[in-house]
Design a protein around this ligand. Structure first.
Ligand code: SAH
Ligand code: SF4
Ligand code: F3S
Length: 467
């Protein structure tokens, strides 16, 4: 349980940099790449890092998956359907390779890190050229070099809790950036596989995070998203005993315009953090706070370590400190043993809180987790009926919650043209909702002040506010 954090050394990173150069100098190597990402923002950011390395190897992003010489799947295994989708696509590539013999196929991410996966890949997916785990990301250049020279699958899966600084990153957006602040999870919610595939909780040093933020700010980034499985337990194990709230305060002083973060665990949501939310200038008034279920007995068996009342108390405190705050959540239905009455408690919690949006999931048993062995697994029919009712209620509550924005002002970071229109743009308001407004090319990447005039599905419709 107490495996130490392994900080990757500068010498190791230099060695990887040499592999990057050697690959770049190879007369025959893939010219184009495509990185396909499944799963959460953690994976999305890992993909940005891999793309950064591939660029430095001299490769260009392919126009499509079919055209790429090198295709990498960055996989997720949090639910069975995520895993099946990834494996299905890898198998599809095997067919593509029949038409395109030189195609190189690689797999990485959480699924690769599952127990027994290395053996499975070597046996059932022998056409894969390279597979590596989440702790081996910084070693990708060396692994790529090996794969370019090997006849059989190169596999490297490490169980160390690695932390690596200063890897190259090819950002998906110019104006917004992800910053990892911590990795892994020690919470062991009984349904969840993440602690097994992402390792123990470890935090980056605050000075490294601040340095990265400053670099991004100078590069024109307006919004940063701090990433971690459990950001509000940031700092555990660090020498200077810094908390997440203190880190936020220091980031607030850097002058970066917008700061967001995810994900937070309700049990670690301190009064100190709520106070910082209420008094900072750049931390956006939004909070993603997964509740999972509304019944105490279910929460206990999920090992969430808070009660319904404790959760509602945190919601009240947040709303008091940050009036109008945008609250979002994750919900699971059909957890083993969940009765209709217990499910009703989830419905009533959703009604009581009025979330701006919620990710809703049917419980999916994951091998190796405690819940997979629990009795009374809920049938697919019951679970599917519950999720439909939950979604219907959430939609209704969401529409109601969104009405509080009518007539108010929002600041929107414009991301691009709105679908189906070239005279409207869209982006995210500071409360986290998507907003469409009249605009043009030159608004993209800018923060625009608007007044909300209407609602359309899950989007706020707005006009530009007068200067
Ligand atoms: N660290 C984050 C995110 C974890 S995964 C957190 O603690 O919230 C994102 C969401 O997937 C979880 O919040 C949970 O709602 C859902 N999830 C995780 N494991 C699941 C499983 N086995 N079945 C269904 N949903 C699951
Ligand atoms: Fe999974 Fe729970 Fe950790 Fe989130 S806090 S990653 S749900 S174990
Ligand atoms: Fe999936 Fe891994 Fe994220 S399992 S949800 S990609 S941490």
């Amino acid at each position: 349980m107490t495996d130490p954090t392994y900080q990757v050394t500068a010498a190791e990173l230099e060695e990887q940099q040499r592999y990057i150069q050697q690959i770049a100098d190879l007369p025959e190597r893939p010219a184009t790449y495509c990185v396909v990402t499944y799963g959460c923002q953690m994976n999305a950011h890992d993909s940005e890092t891999i793309a950064g390395m591939l660029r430095e190897m001299g490769m260009k992003e392919a126009a499509s998956r079919e055209e790429a010489d090198f295709v990498l799947f960055n996989t997720c295994c949090v639910r069975d359907n995520a895993e099946r989708r990834a494996l299905g696509n890898v198998t599809w590539l095997k067919e593509v390779r029949k038409r395109k013999p030189g195609l190189m196929i690689a797999v990485c991410g959480c699924m690769v890190q599952e127990p027994g996966m290395a053996e499975k890949i070597l046996k059932q997916y022998r056409f894969v050229d390279l597979a590596f785990g989440t702790a081996n990301l910084h070693r990708f250049p060396e692994l790529m070099w090996k794969a370019l020279h090997a006849d059989t699958t190169v596999v490297e899966i490490d169980t160390r809790n690695t932390l690596a600084e200063d890897l190259p990153v090819q950002r998906m957006r110019k104006d917004a950036a992800y910053i990892n602040i911590m990795f892994g999870c020690d919470n062991y919610c009984t349904y969840c596989i993440v602690p097994y595939v992402r390792g123990r909780e470890r935090s980056r040093r605050p000075e490294d995070i601040l340095r990265e933020t400053e670099r991004l700010r100078q590069d024109g980034v307006k919004e940063i998203m701090l990433l971690g499985q459990n950001v509000n337990s940031y700092g555990k194990g660090l020498a200077d005993g810094i908390t997440f709230a203190q880190l936020l305060r220091r980031l607030d002083e850097t002058g970066i315009e917008r700061i967001r973060f995810m994900t937070s665990h309700p049990k670690d949501l301190s009064d100190e953090l709520i106070k910082v939310m209420g008094s900072s200038r750049h931390v956006l008034p939004q909070f993603h706070l997964p509740v999972q279920a509304g019944n105490d007995e279910v929460l206990r068996r999920m090992n969430r370590r808070y009660t319904r009342e404790a959760y509602l108390n945190r919601v009240r405190a947040l709303r008091e400190a940050v009036p109008g705050i945008g609250l979002t959540t994750d919900l699971i239905v059909g957890f083993p043993g969940e009765t209709e009455a217990q499910f009703q408690d989830t419905l009533s919690l959703v009604e009581e809180v009025g979330f701006d949006s919620a990710f809703t999931f049917i419980y999916s048993p994951r091998v190796g987790t405690a819940a997979a062995k629990m009795p009374d697994q809920v049938s697919a029919e019951v679970a599917s009926d519950r999720i439909q009712r939950l979604i219907a209620l959430q939609d209704e509550c969401q529409q109601r919650a969104m009405r509080r924005f009518l007539g108010t002002e929002e600041q929107v970071l414009v991301e691009g043209f709105s679908r189906r229109s070239h005279s409207a743009v869209s982006g995210h308001g500071m409360h986290g909702l998507s907003v469409t407004l009249p605009g043009s090319e030159r608004d993209i990447g800018q923060i625009v002040r608007v007044r909300v005039t209407g609602l359309k599905n899950n989007t706020l419709v707005a006009e530009r506010a007068e200067a």
